[in-house]
Design a binder for this molecule. Structure first.
Ligand code: GLC
Length: 428
């Protein structure tokens, strides 16, 4: 009897002990919201699963909407409700001012030496006025020009230096190739009214030396100027000529779909489209050229809008320590190199570009290094919580010119008034 009681006591102790271990151990469940464009979700999952296996934690992949604008709307709702539904969230480079108040200071959990390996400009962008690091860089981006190397060579053209060149070359190749492929179009880009159009239109305007909507130094609204109008007129002239009317409703993946199926000569997109376009099953594998985006006329400049994504931890997470460890893990140099090779995601750690496998997989990351490091920023730091209002006024104004509802001058004059109203008397 005594023996039975002793062994019963021992088993109870063992059960008690193991449940204490389980509850105080690392076995927590973290939910992460990664990106969802192209192969992004799958690539992110691969690394997330590796972290889960290494640490014994479980990770749930949140299904994010495809467009950054839709994602922002959803996350604003979730965080406004102080919901702990998402622990780790991949945030757009333009979001620190919009969502930052919902994130923890990652310096508390991640060594500064890890954070400071990343490009300073991006780390600064992710740091608030109180010095809190709200996100660690995951990958960077800039708009680039994709072209069909085979078609340009066949018809004796060099990659375009100016938008005028691009228009002329597209028209020439279309006139010669249309009999072989009636679905061929000249140029696809992001023309849908959303954040992607803000990126494309900022490139057109900056390439014509028309500024970057708002002057970062003075806070003045500068977008209503003749160079910006010339840029929008040029873009409007493409609709229904070298670009299909449908482009007015294209996001990144719509443009890539047309280009990758062999039906576009030129495409504006982000670097990720390179990896997918060169996949073994891609009809245009090996036929893709990449160049900086064209200049706005001979006196213009090559430019690309700065994009990119970062990893943050929600203030409402029940497991900030583990969530921050996942952020640290996903933002190491080794994973950045792997993601560059597998998915053409540009590293945010300068040293990573020295890895020979990066140049082998993505030669443009090295040849266009300046395009990435000198990209033009959207005015998100300056306008902070008002950025999305600013951007949506801008993309709608551009869309109305592209669709022929207003002239560039009318639209820019109205936009200037709208932006000044958003700015208000007290400024940004
Ligand atoms: C890309 C960029 C991001 C930008 C978005 C627009 O994802 O990285 O910064 O806001 O495209 O669609």
């Amino acid at each position: 009897m005594k023996k039975t009681l002793t062994s019963l006591g021992m088993s109870l102790l063992a059960i008690l002990f193991s449940s204490i271990v389980a509850s105080s151990s690392y076995a927590v469940t973290i939910t992460i919201a990664c990106g969802a464009v192209g192969d992004e979700f799958e690539l992110c999952k691969k690394n997330v699963d590796a972290w889960a296996a290494e640490t014994g934690n479980e990770v749930v992949m949140f299904q994010s909407p495809n467009l950054t604008t839709d994602r922002l709307g959803l996350f604003q709702q979730i965080f406004a409700a102080k919901s702990s539904e998402i622990d780790v969230v991949q945030i757009d480079v333009i979001w620190p001012g919009l969502l930052g108040k919902h994130f923890i200071d990652l310096k508390k959990y991640i060594p500064t030496s890890h954070i400071n390996q990343h490009f300073k400009a991006i780390v600064d962008n992710n740091t608030d006025s109180k010095g809190r690091v709200l996100a660690v860089p995951f990958f960077t981006d800039a708009g680039i020009l994709y072209y069909r190397k085979d078609l340009l060579e066949k018809h004796g053209h060099q990659p375009p230096q100016t938008w005028e060149d691009l228009t002329r070359i597209a028209k020439d190749i279309l006139s010669k190739e249309s009999p072989n492929n009636s679905r061929l179009v000249g140029f696809v880009f992001q023309g849908k009214p959303y954040e992607g159009l803000t990126c494309d239109a900022l490139e057109w305007i900056d390439s014509y030396n028309g500024g970057s909507i708002i002057d970062e130094a003075t806070g003045e609204v500068t977008v209503n100027n003749p160079n910006a109008a010339a840029a929008l007129k040029m873009a409007a002239s493409w609709i229904g000529t070298i670009s299909p009317k449908g482009v007015l409703n294209y996001a990144e993946e719509d443009a890539r779909g047309v280009f990758q199926s062999g039906n576009a000569i030129f495409m504006r997109n982000w670097p990720y489209a390179w990896a997918l376009g060169n996949n073994p099953d891609s009809p245009i594998k090996g036929k893709i050229g990449v160049a900086p985006l064209p200049k706005g006329g001979a006196n213009g400049k090559h430019t690309g809008t700065l994009g990119g994504w970062n990893m943050s931890v929600s203030k409402y997470s029940k497991h900030p320590k583990e969530a921050a460890d996942l952020v640290r893990y996903l933002t190491t140099k080794q994973i950045q190199i792997q993601r560059a090779v597998d998915g053409a995601y540009n590293p945010t750690i300068g040293d990573a570009y020295q890895a020979p496998e990066i140049e082998a997989a993505n030669p443009f990351m090295v040849t266009l290094y300046d395009t990435f490091t000198n990209a033009v920023a959207r005015p998100s730091k300056l306008t902070g919580r008002k950025y999305n209002k600013v951007s949506s006024k801008f993309w709608n104004a551009v869309h109305s010119v592209l669709s022929g509802k207003e002239t560039a001058e009318e639209s820019l004059a109205r936009l200037e008034k709208d932006l000044n109203r958003i700015k208000g008397k007290r400024g940004w």
